[in-house]
Design a protein around this ligand. Structure first.
Ligand code: SF4
Ligand code: SF4
Length: 385
């Protein structure tokens, strides 16, 4: 059918049997597709080419400190919540070469990394992840210091969002108004609708590129009933979300509770492993590492993900500023939920729940924050921690 290619919002229906045509159309535009795949016992993000590469029929069960895949009989494409990976690994990779040096006889040459930017499509981006991408866009490209590598990688990304139908027990996006329905920042947003005898996608266009893609697909214009069915999916997902974070006066409360003994109780459980920062889609801290080969022929300088949970992270001449686990956990949580506002004018958390699921000690920032909020009086510590 002829499709409206204007950037204004348009809504269509694509049958699941035609999903491969969407992937083909994306690849014909020159994008390599990255999306959800089953790997290492989890739903992770990697390259895919066929709809059969998607985690068809797979669901997950997540709790604090626990993640399990569950195979279902339903042939769903996107019936899972976010896993351990986030899109930051593509735009702000865990290890990124800044430059390399090679010895040639008694001279050496300095090589800069390839400046080409890959043309990628991200498939299956959740609403909370769109908000995380917007946070990184602000941090890396909207200030006086631009991260050129991020800007290059980000500029040609085609984003195909998928609205959440199966939030996990650790999700709390509704508290931060970051989900479960995508409201912007995408080229296309899909809602998977599966009812008796019906399995299709409602596709909403969000950009001229998205509208142009739809023009290549065997879609039909969505009827009122189709749109209502899609709305039911996301409103049912919102109702399933039980965890919450009370953001009212949160910044002020965390300031007041800086010396509360509860930080010590968290620190007694925290392993300072840094998992929470690695899985978080908004954590962005990095360090620079130089290495040389044993022969001295080759040297590299790499930017690597770092974590505020390591002693080295806050090391300055004379020692580490945050020498205790208490001070590191407090730094992480208060940066996310309080000082991020001072730095970037927004919250540093999007409520994806990854740090709760992937914490080996099952520490839950919503629960710890609630305990601090419930305490009426500030008790100052005297033991110097
Ligand atoms: S702090 Fe936790 S819940 Fe918030 S964005 Fe990071 S991983 Fe997700
Ligand atoms: S809060 Fe959990 S994931 Fe984060 S450093 Fe402590 S033990 Fe590791």
């Amino acid at each position: 059918m002829p499709v409206d290619t204007s950037p204004e919002k348009a809504i269509y229906v694509l049958e699941t049997g035609d999903f491969q045509t969407l992937l083909d159309a994306v690849m014909e535009r020159g994008h390599s597709i990255f999306g959800p795949v089953l790997r290492d016992g989890a739903i992770t993000y990697d390259a895919l080419h066929r709809d059969t590469d998607l985690p068809l029929g797979w669901n997950d069960r997540q709790q604090a400190g626990s993640y399990r895949l569950v195979k279902t009989k339903r042939k769903t494409f996107f019936a899972y919540a976010v896993g351990p990976h986030s899109w930051k690994k593509f735009l702000h990779p865990p290890s990124d070469m800044l430059c390399a040096a090679q010895r040639i006889d008694d001279r050496f040459s300095i090589n800069e990394p390839d400046r080409e930017h890959p043309r990628r499509a991200f498939l299956g981006v959740r609403s909370c992840e769109l908000h995380a991408l917007a946070i990184h866009d602000k941090i890396f490209t909207d200030g006086p210091f631009i991260n050129e590598a991020y800007r290059r990688r980000r500029q040609d990304i085609l984003i195909i969002a998928v609205n959440c139908s199966h939030p996990s027990e650790t999700c709390f996006c509704t508290s931060l108004q970051t989900g479960p329905r995508a409201t912007g920042g995408f080229d296309l947003a899909l809602t998977e609708v599966l009812t008796s005898g019906n399995h299709h996608f409602i596709i909403e266009t969000g950009s001229a590129a998205g509208a142009e893609l739809c023009a290549r697909l065997p879609v039909r214009k969505a009827a009122r009933t189709d749109i209502e069915a899609a709305e039911k999916v996301t409103s049912a997902a919102a109702k399933k979300i039980r965890r919450s974070l009370n953001t009212e006066e949160l910044r002020e409360t965390l300031d007041q509770k800086f010396s509360d003994p509860h930080w010590g109780q968290i620190a007694d459980r925290c392993l300072a492993c840094g998992n929470c920062t690695m899985v978080c889609p908004t954590c962005f801290c990095s360090t620079v590492e130089d290495t040389t080969t044993l022969t001295g022929e080759h040297a590299e300088r790499r930017l690597k993900w770092d974590s505020c949970f390591t002693a080295e992270f806050s090391y300055i001449h004379g020692g580490s500023i945050r020498s205790s686990t208490l001070s590191r956990y407090r730094q992480w949580l208060t940066h996310k939920l309080a000082y991020w506002f001072d730095q970037f004018g927004m919250c540093g958390c999007v409520g994806c729940g990854r740090c709760i699921t992937w914490c080996p000690a099952g520490i839950d920032l919503t629960e710890e924050t609630r305990k601090l909020q419930e305490k009426k009086f500030v008790i100052r510590r005297t033991n110097g921690r």
